[in-house]
Design a protein around this ligand. Structure first.
Ligand code: BGC
Length: 263
């Protein structure tokens, strides 16, 4: 699917979106024409251990909070997702590998469920409604959080499941050097952490020559503390605009696209 022209469906669709993250599971009905939450989101803490059964209970609790009728639901997952099946689990319980999340959640909720990678969802939302709306050429959306997620677009077309957070940087996976979790765990200063993000962006630029980097995740709210410190990157660097709701909005968009409501 090609994104970036705004939602074009005939119906004023509201679709439910859920974002499964390392710390929280949050969801809300989404107004797909405005790319905004239609109601205040509900959040439960991600259980530990974050096994499929425990996380599914949390997701069901979030949906039930809204008394959502059996209409399509979109869900993000922090790993590779193919045909509703979760194939990797870098920051959640390893028992997720090979789980048919779409089928299991569909059974619990009694409605069609679409699953996609969390960064892909955030990227789709940013390219359609946010910081990269209408951007041409190559756009890389990065989510800086517990891990680093990536969404790569060329002229609005998403290359799914890119996993650029696992590229090697200084002998380590990039997300083990430049995620916000690493910043917090090691109490890195903004300038120290910005140097690491800068190095990572240079590496990505060498590989992909994007026109635009969009930096997302909760830290995008504090973009003024680190984006101005990043030097020598040719591409434009902008903070994400949908902040913590990008995943929810992108999940709902994917569910609508799968149901044929939008686009
Ligand atoms: C996962 C990605 C995910 C990212 C952000 C990485 O560890 O491998 O799939 O998008 O974390 O949650």
């Amino acid at each position: 699917m090609t994104y970036g022209q705004g939602a074009t469906g005939a119906s004023a669709a509201t679709v439910f979106g859920i974002d499964i993250g390392g710390s929280g599971i949050k969801g809300a009905p989404v107004d797909l024409h405005r790319g905004e939450l239609a109601e205040e989101r509900h959040k439960v803490l991600t259980p530990h251990p974050s096994t499929p059964n425990a996380v599914l209970d949390g997701v069901v609790e979030v949906v039930r909070h809204f008394d959502w009728p059996g209409r399509p639901v979109g869900v993000t997952f922090p790993g590779v997702v193919k045909s509703g099946v979760t194939l990797t689990a870098a920051n959640v319980d390893k028992s997720w590998i090979g789980t048919d999340l779409a089928a299991r959640l569909g059974e619990r909720l009694g409605c069609p469920v679409t699953v996609l990678n969390d960064a892909d969802a955030a990227g789709v939302a940013e390219v359609t409604f946010g910081a990269a709306r209408g951007a041409k050429g190559t756009v890389i959306v990065l989510t800086l959080g517990t891990g680093i997620g990536s969404a790569v677009f060329t002229d609005g077309h998403l290359l799914t499941n890119t996993e650029l957070g696992h590229l090697e940087l200084d002998g380590h996976e990039a997300e083990k050097r430049a995620s916000t979790k690493v910043k917090d765990d090691h109490e890195l200063s903004w300038s120290h952490w910005a140097r690491r993000v800068e190095k990572y962006l240079h590496h990505l630029e060498m590989l992909f020559s994007p026109e635009l980097f969009v930096l997302g995740g909760g830290v995008s709210r504090k973009a003024d503390k680190f984006v101005p410190l990043i030097e020598g990157v040719r591409a434009e660097i902008v903070p994400a605009q949908l902040k913590n709701n990008a995943g929810i909005v992108g999940a709902a968009m994917a569910a609508a696209a799968a149901a044929g409501d939008v686009g």
